[in-house]
Design a protein around this ligand. Structure first.
Ligand code: ZN
Length: 511
């Protein structure tokens, strides 16, 4: 299987998403919630593998980077799936494949990126243990960068084991969490039947055909058509709803599909079943459905009872209570349930009056720079713990601090609160857009950079480490923001600051 895309020039600059829903990801930022290593089972139904996500080439062990680069070059050399003719040098491969977001499928149960580095340093053989890789990046620049594109690579030893299909399913899981709303594969040669079969099965539509697009090595006497595939992302709303959990429960318990499940739903169920498991419940109760160690609660009444019980322990606010619940339980809109519980809590009703002002303030938050109202910043409409939710939570927490503290807050304030981050991806301070470059030396070193010591770092021509060409420190920008024209879209952190600065202004006028 192969790649789809490659409209872009592999040696060109790395574009990140600057349109669609906020927050926009700063380069090399921590991964959003929900983007965590994902365990999968191969076609033999026995072999376990893990798809490990990376948000920067610097997080990938050099040995693994070199192996994947070699694999891509072999594919290019074969001349049947990728449009490039020349091999890509290693220093270009890193930013090209992992510059925005990349994932690697590795044999076995891999906890986190740290373990991948450990495997690298203890001489694991990637030829045996690395099964494939894919990237997700904007398919277009700027105002259309919320439409993404993927490139896929199945390694030599991993063919015919269901690896491509599993990566495709994971792509559909990760891409909407990264803020993309639609996926385009620009260039799937029609002769690449393995790829075409996967995209057809995963609900991609053939939205175009480019006649005679490929002058491929195996077809020297003809020009091969290319298919353009398109698919909406995150459209499986009903599948995310609570009834979905009941279907998964049914499937796990009975080993068969619920009545009326169509082909797409069957596929989703098989995929979901790799993340969920059933544990025996209390006597007389049904089995407990578990997702990554958390109990899935699909009954609305039960959700309310749990939220009330946890809230009543300490009468914490929405964010604190939501976080406490999310440590033990999973359902789709925890925050909405909590907000309902707090509204109905007699003890908190006094405090609610005091918080009404804060809430009013939050409702006055400005719209996105494009001028459209952003539903993600209205807490009541929030999905539980979406990435924008985390920013929202931070915003709420920071509003409680003085404006002065906000001005002085260092780059730590961007990092996601510990309890919300399943996957503790460290920041690479040198690569983090918008961090305070003057004090880089004072920041703790990235453990992954440390893990790579002794090996030469790959050259990353598109990432200026010196700091000279990087944007001005954020604190300076905040005061000048309104009057200055920016070529670059604001990073999530800058956007947050802008909102906080304005919010502080509202607060002053109100107070
Ligand atoms: Zn209360």
């Amino acid at each position: 299987m192969s790649p789809n895309a490659m409209l872009d020039d592999p040696t060109g600059p790395v574009y990140i998403r600057t349109s669609g829903g906020m927050p926009y990801p700063p380069a090399s930022a921590p991964l959003p919630l929900g983007i965590a290593p994902r365990q999968v089972i191969l076609r033999d139904r026995v072999t376990i593998a893990t798809i490990v996500p990376f948000s920067s080439p610097a997080q990938v062990p050099l040995t693994l980077l070199a192996y994947l680069s070699d694999q891509l070059n072999r594919e290019i050399e074969k001349g049947d799936t990728y449009p490039m003719i020349d091999a890509l040098p290693l220093e270009d491969f890193g930013p090209y494949w992992f510059g925005v977001f990349g994932a690697v499928m590795i044999l076995g149960d891999v906890r986190d990126v740290g373990q991948v580095h450990h495997m690298s340093s203890t001489g694991h053989d990637w030829e045996k243990e690395c099964l494939g890789s894919f990237y997700i990046k904007p398919n277009y620049p700027g105002r259309s960068s919320h439409v993404c594109n993927g490139g896929f690579l199945v390694t030599d030893g991993a063919r015919n084991r269901g690896v491509g299909r599993l990566m495709g399913e994971t792509y559909l899981d990760y891409a909407p969490r990264l803020g993309y709303t639609y996926s385009v594969f620009n260039l799937v040669y029609e002769t690449n039947v393995v790829s075409c079969r996967i995209w057809d099965a995963l609900g991609f539509k053939r939205i175009g055909r480019v006649k005679g697009c490929g002058n491929l090595k195996s077809y020297p006497n003809e020009l091969v058509d290319a298919i353009i595939y398109g698919r909406e992302l995150g459209q499986d709303e009903d599948f995310v709803s609570e009834e979905r959990f009941d279907k998964i429960r049914f499937y796990l318990k009975n080993g068969k599909y619920p009545n009326g499940a169509d082909r797409a739903e069957k596929s989703r169920l098989r995929s979901a079943a790799t993340h969920y498991k059933l544990l025996p419940g209390d006597p007389g109760k049904q089995d407990r459905l578990m997702l990554k160690g958390k109990e899935v609660i699909s009954d609305a009444q039960q959700q309310y009872e749990i939220a009330r019980e946890i809230h009543h322990k300490s009468h914490g606010g929405i964010n604190k209570t939501t976080a406490a619940i999310a440590e033990l339980y999973h359902w789709v809109r925890i925050k909405e349930t909590v907000s309902q519980v707090i509204r109905n809590c007699p003890e908190c009703s006094e405090m609610n009056k005091g918080q009404a002002a804060a809430r009013a303030l939050r409702n006055h938050l400005p719209t996105t720079p494009g001028g459209s109202t952003n539903p993600h910043f209205q807490p009541e409409n929030e999905r539980s713990l979406s990435p924008s939710d985390q920013i929202q939570m931070e915003a709420a927490q920071q509003q409680q601090q003085s404006a002065e503290q906000v001005e002085n807050s260092n780059h730590q304030s961007y990092s996601i609160p510990h309890q919300y981050n399943h996957f503790d991806m460290p920041l690479d301070p040198a690569l983090m857009d918008g961090s305070n470059h003057a004090s880089l030396a004072d920041l703790p070193p990235s453990p992954f950079l440390a893990a790579g010591q002794g090996l030469p770092m790959p050259q990353l021509p598109n990432l200026d480490m010196s700091g000279q060409n990087l944007p001005a420190p954020v604190a300076m920008m905040t005061s000048e923001m309104e009057g200055v024209e920016h070529e670059r879209a604001p990073t999530a952190r800058e956007e947050l600051r802008r909102r906080l600065t304005r919010a502080a202004g509202y607060a002053k006028r109100m107070g």
